[in-house]
Design a protein. Structure first.
Length: 96
């Protein structure tokens, strides 16, 4: 199992636009992508411009297939256009 924490730094005036795109991405991913256990976006309580996608996948192979999907390639760059700086993505595997 792998977990992904993808932190996005969004322009304040573009938060609603990103949330619309993220909602579509979440709905399609959960419905179509094999191995997706969890796919959710959270907003930071102290800084509303920080939106973080937290994902859980059965395997790295499932995650890689997701990242090659048509919906990922279409929607993720759209979210990037609304960023005020480069996001941070970490991929984790459980050790304990």
């Amino acid at each position: 199992m792998v977990k992904v924490v993808a932190k996005n730094f969004i322009k304040e005036e573009k938060i609603e636009d990103v949330l619309k795109v993220a909602k579509e991405l979440v709905e399609i991913t959960v419905a179509k992508d094999k191995g997706c256990i969890k796919y959710e976006m959270y907003q930071d309580l102290k800084d509303k411009t920080i939106l973080t996608m937290i994902e859980e996948w059965e395997s790295m192979e499932c995650l890689q297939k997701h990242m090659q999907s048509e919906h990922f390639k279409k929607l993720v760059p759209m979210m990037g256009e609304y960023s005020k700086k480069q996001g941070e993505t970490n991929i984790y595997t459980k050790v304990v």
